[in-house]
Design a protein around this ligand. Structure first.
Ligand code: CAA
Ligand code: FAD
Length: 379
């Protein structure tokens, strides 16, 4: 066992940290306030290789390991979780799914521009009546010989408007339940695709969340990923990796808030001394640091298992539920350490607290992670 990061890992961590401080920090409050998608910054993330981190260089990716991905996600999320969710969806839900299960033609046509950041992608599983209960897909992909006819509505889609390529789950054989679902690659500009209004959210307000409607969209057969009926397994396998990304996002939100609280506690004086000299504040900081370290270890363990081609489904769910609950707790305590100043936008911690909440909901709620964990340990 080796807890030491390599030189390459440290370089990637530093590159992500520098990017976050220099490119993301300056406008982050304004983007949050005005719900502005970080388009320019996402473009630069793509140019630096952060949108196709684990994709092979053969397809335009950076060819890095999952550990590097966790490190970069943590650094970007410390500053701007709206940018890091774009990174997480593109890397682990869209690029990984295409590289692992796509055909050579699909990879050449879609993965290359996605991995190089020329375009971004979206992953469409959730529907108005199918969130946690993801097998209850109402969207249909009717088999019409050389194409599928796609009809239905997807909800809460991250990158819903900014993405050019969507991975859409839809039911082809309702009588087969989860085994009747297919995943199709759909282009935003295919006739019959409509994008709903942008959701006005509590947190990650810079990210671009929309519903997306499909009406008689003709999707060529060659755009199906895997065998007929593989779509739900595709979604689950892809989400196992996606949850490492969101766990690392939560880790970053927590460590960003902790660093701010630590700094502030040494600056603010009350009752004649720095508040960091009051034991109540010291204990909060101690608990924050401990929970964050535990989250980091869980994220890195899941990533290590992925890099070693082991089954990481259990670890990724453990990392996600623990890190997201840590993020919610740490950010709330960070606001408390800041007192009244924590409640206003300039000090960043209130935004981090709002951003933390989503990590307990998307890519499987905390309850869903506990379902996955308990089924695994009881099996
Ligand atoms: N790998 C491979 N196959 C899997 C799997 C996995 N990790 N998990 C389940 N499956 C298979 C099962 O083996 C089963 O197939 P068989 O019948 O052949 O055995 C099939 O999938 C159905 O599985 P279940 O019977 O376990 O299904 P379920 O109805 O009990 O649901 C669930 C299980 C874990 C709750 C699942 O529905 C789930 O994960 N729900 C949450 C959905 C989710 O995470 N959505 C996220 C959307 S994307 C997003 O949110 C992005 C973002 O915000 C940025
Ligand atoms: P529900 O499933 O209705 O759950 C409601 C509550 O009931 C939750 O607390 C849940 O945990 C609990 N619950 C449900 N079933 C059980 C059970 N069996 N046992 C115990 N508790 C249970 N989806 C995508 O496909 N792509 C995206 O890009 C995407 N991005 C998102 C971005 C944002 C900002 C948001 C808010 C959501 C996004 N989602 C996306 C959707 C997200 O994955 C779902 O919201 C999530 O899976 C929960 O589904 P739901 O909202 O329908 O809640």
């Amino acid at each position: 066992m080796d807890f030491q990061l390599t030189e390459e890992h440290l370089m990637i961590q530093k590159a992500a940290r520098d990017f976050a401080i220099n490119e993301l920090l300056p406008g982050v409050i304004e983007r949050d306030e005005h719900q502005k998608f970080p388009a320019e910054q996402v473009k630069k993330l793509g140019e630096l290789g952060f949108l196709g981190m684990m994709v092979s260089p053969k397809y335009g990716g950076a060819g890095l390991d999952a550990i590097s991905y966790v490190l970069a996600m943590e650094e970007i999320s410390k500053i701007d979780a709206s940018a890091s969710v774009v990174m997480s969806v593109n890397n682990s839900l869209v690029c990984w799914g295409l590289e692992t299960f796509g055909t050579e033609e699909q990879k050449q046509k879609y993965l290359v521009p996605l991995a190089t950041g020329q375009i971004i992608g979206a992953f469409m599983l959730s529907e108005p009546e199918a969130g946690s209960d993801a097998t209850s897909q109402r969207t249909t992909a009717e088999d019409r010989g050389d194409h599928y006819l796609l009809n239905g509505t997807k909800n809460w889609i991250t990158n819903g408007n900014s993405a050019s390529v969507y991975l859409v789950m839809a039911q082809t054989h309702p009588e087969k339940g989860s085994k009747g679902i297919n995943t199709l690659i759909v282009e935003k500009n295919m006739p019959g695709v409509t994008i709903g209004a942008k959701e006005n959210k509590l947190g990650i307000r810079g990210s671009d969340t929309h519903s997306v409607m499909f009406q008689d969209v003709k999707v060529p057969k060659e755009n199906r990923i895997g065998e007929d009926g593989f779509g739900f397994k595709f979604a689950m396998k892809t989400l196992a990796g996606g949850r490492i990304g969101i766990a690392s996002q939560a880790l970053g939100i927590a460590s960003g808030a902790y660093e701010l609280a630590l700094k502030y506690s040494r600056e603010r004086k009350a009752f004649g001394k720095e508040i960091s000299q009051h034991q109540a504040i010291q204990f909060k900081l101690a608990d924050m640091a401990t929970r964050i370290e535990a989250s980091r270890l869980l994220c890195l363990k899941a990533a290590w298992e992925k890099d070693h081609h082991l089954d990481y489904t259990l670890s990724s769910s453990m990392a996600k539920v623990f890190s997201s609950e840590t993020a919610m707790w740490v950010t709330t305590e960070a606001v408390q350490v800041h007192g009244g100043y924590g409640y206003v936008k300039e000090y960043h911690v209130e935004r981090l607290m709002r951003d933390a909440k989503i990590t307990q909901i998307y890519e499987g709620t905390s309850e869903v992670q506990r379902i996955v964990i308990s089924r695994s340990i009881l099996a």
